[in-house]
Ligand binder design. Sequence first.
Ligand code: AMP
Length: 288
Amino acid sequence: MNTKLPVLRHTVELRHAVQQWRRQGQKIALVPTMGGLHDGHLSLVRLAKQHANRVIVSVFVNPTQFAPHEDFDAYPRNEERDWHKLGTVEADAMYAPDVHEIYPRDFATRVDVAGVAQPLEGISRPHFFSGVATVVTKLFLQALPDVAVFGEKDYQQLLVVKKLVRDLNFPVTIVPGPIMREPDGLAMSSRNVYLDAQDRVTAPHLYGVLQDMAGDLAAGREMDETVKKGLARLEKHGFRVDYLEVRDAENLTPAVYPLWKPVRLLAAAYLGKVRLIDNMAVPSPGAH
Ligand code: AMP
């Protein structure tokens, strides 16, 4: 356990640490998070350690990716708990800047990714990816990492970041991390703490439905029919479905049946006021 995990608050400290490590010939990974750390985040740190000698974890609840009606103020924050958790996986630094370190009062720039940022989350949360792309740009330029790790839990976000990196020539390799789930299948998320006891029991059905849909599609079942059945099942369990779709796994354009390219199932659904997202690869037909 790293009981001396340094907490960096300022870009200059971050740059200094990175410069020193780089001078020693070390490779640096960044794992961006908004805190409220769980085992999903920690799996990304472990993965980052396989790709770099030093791992920096940023903990920053990014205001620009929240709409005014969203949960920015209520978002789970517990820096000390996060710090302890990062010690257990031997991260090398925690970067926890103040909001003004990222967004000085006269901050006036936004980074927008078109295409892959537009459907799905882009429709339901119109400012979200612009906020994500802006903060990721800032974090990359502040930390100057060789590698950055992002979870497939936020699959569209992962594709948006990959596009951002390609389009703007960031010299950063993006490494995707698999989705970590609770034993009952619910994808781990900082927001799961918002679920009440009854909704917590219902929530894993989202995973179950995606799993069955992926199986059906892999077995060659017709796509629209599969989606309709999945939707009906979710609604029966009490979900209010925002979207449930089969999309091209590379660019998120609508999948075309019969499926011949890799596709991904993506879903967002409410249980009460809690919005859950999840996604799953569809094994290629015949592989099932
Ligand atoms: P967040 O703190 O929710 O912004 O997430 C920070 C990073 O952790 C993002 O790259 C997420 O995709 C990733 N992440 C969140 N939940 C999980 C999970 N259950 N499994 C793997 N990665 C995750």
